[in-house]
Design a protein around this ligand. Structure first.
Ligand code: ASP
Ligand code: MG
Length: 456
């Protein structure tokens, strides 16, 4: 199945009937394609909002009727009568199921991560039928596959699962190849999979990119296209740096670092299956299909300036943990990070000295982190301090860690802009280094670094 193209369509492409027609148009140009879909735009957020808040009969009725109205009206706009009534039956069946689950949560007053994951999977289950219905209406035979019954197998992390690529290839790869050979276009739900015991697991927010990459690996395809509403990876966040330019080509490592450090173009894990299967990922803009977008491949072309992009993460905080003699004692970092990990806190970056270990965290995780470490204060820990209002800037480029003078140019630009650098980290990857500035200085700092490498 090397020549079959796997196409992922994000929620922003599935906003209205124009978006779905555009999708059909794109898919109809391909000889053989697999379609992987997100939920309709805004749907996952709406479900999340419902299950996060206080449930009541009224809230359940309101979300179910919102979802019914949204999906049925779009379905009737994009499908023939026949396809429409088939799609409608599927939507009704799914909503009945979802409503029962919500009542289960309401009556038991218990929402486990497992049930939450199951509830959140309904956005993609619903949208897949609309897309399949629109494709059949256009004369393209298609069939919906829900990721759990198809066999997207993962570990048991309900909110941020990792795929078992070999198990998935065995199960899903085989089924899909048989269907594709018959000239049918599979329409597959993104965002979730299942563990070995058939529990639904989510692949993280915006996880459909990852789903699509897993599926491309499973069918042995070499082509993955991610359709969204931006042109691709840019040289900076355009909301901070108006002169940001599109990057034509980027390596797997560069894409992974940029995705991890703030570029919201691709799910950071989507790179892993692609790397293993040597799959080229092309990011394309559904609203600007004439642009070639960004191609992500294994080729490690080092550009002349070396830095390819400057990305940023906002709303971070630094947690400083003071440990007298910490630098001399073995196990200090693992002990503290163990506490943070068990509290569900994701450490973005860390630096250490003899007296203090500094962790860079999301501000929303700060209270949980200090609470988690509270029992350790005066039992080995001297004190814990937090600094809010921090942003991270990350310079990414293949070979950056091996090239003389890059750090001097980056920090020279920051210093000339009159901005102070907080934590910094270099050397972990040869393709990236990052440092913090205060949120107030973010825009100035981002523009200063961008100007050095890409002009004004
Ligand atoms: N619908 C999910 C989300 O909004 C997954 C995705 O869109 O990729 O996070
Ligand atoms: Mg989304």
């Amino acid at each position: 199945m090397r020549d079959v193209v796997v196409m992922k369509f994000g929620g922003s492409c599935l906003r209205n009937s124009d978006g779905i027609r555009q999708l059909v148009n794109i898919v109809s140009k391909e000889e053989r394609a697999v379609v992987v879909v997100s939920a309709l735009s805004g749907v996952t957020d709406r479900i999340l909002d419902t299950v996060t808040g206080h449930l009541s009969e009224k809230r359940i009725e309101s979300v179910i009727s919102f979802l019914r109205e949204r999906h049925i009206s779009l379905l009737s706009e994009v499908s023939s009568q026949n396809a429409c009534s088939e799609g409608r039956r599927a939507v009704d069946r799914l909503l009945r199921h979802m409503e029962r689950l919500l009542y289960g949560v309401y009556y038991t007053r218990e929402l486990t991560p497992r049930t939450r994951a199951t509830l959140l999977s309904f956005g993609e289950r619903l949208s897949s039928h609309i897309v399949a219905s629109a494709l059949s209406t256009a004369g393209l035979p298609s069939r919906v596959f829900e990721a759990d019954s198809l066999g997207i197998v993962t570990d048991t992390d309900y909110e941020n699962a990792t795929a078992d690529l070999q198990a998935t290839r065995k199960l899903a790869g085989r089924k899909l190849s048989a269907v594709i050979s018959k000239g049918i276009t599979p329409v597959i739900t993104g965002f979730f999979g299942r563990d070995r015991s058939y529990n639904i697991t989510l692949l993280g927010r915006n996880g459909t990119d990852y789903s699509a990459s897993i599926i491309a690996y499973a069918i042995n395809s070499t082509r993955l296209v991610i359709w969204k509403d931006v042109d691709g990876f840019l040289t900076a966040d355009p909301s901070l740096v108006p002169g940001a330019k599109l990057i034509d080509e980027i390596s797997y490592d560069e894409a992974a670092e940029l995705s991890y450090f703030g570029a919201e173009v691709l799910h950071p894990k989507a790179v892993d299956p692609a790397r293993m299967g040597n799959i080229g990922i092309r990011i394309m803009n559904i609203a600007n299909a004439s642009s070639q977008g960004t191609l992500i491949t294994s080729s490690k072309k080092e550009t002349i300036g070396v830095v390819k992009s400057v990305s940023c993460l906002k709303n971070l905080s630094i947690l400083r943990v003071y440990v007298t003699g910490g630098g001399y004692t073995s196990g200090t970092i693992s002990g503290i990070s163990g506490y943070l990990g068990r509290a569900g806190v994701n450490i973005i970056s860390a630096t250490t000295s003899q007296t203090c270990i500094a962790f860079l965290l999301r501000t929303e995780d700060i209270v949980r982190s200090s609470d988690a470490l509270a029992p350790l204060v005066s039992h080995g820990l001297d004190k814990v301090e937090t600094e809010k209002g921090v942003a991270l800037l990350c310079a990414v480029g293949e070979g950056l860690g091996r090239t003389r003078g890059i750090a001097a140019r980056v920090f020279g630009a920051i210093a000339s802009a009159g901005v102070n650098v907080g934590m910094m980290s270099a050397g972990a990857s040869t393709a990236a280094y990052h440092f913090t500035v205060s949120m107030r200085d973010l825009e100035t700092a981002a523009r200063a670094v961008h100007t050095v490498f890409f002009g004004g």
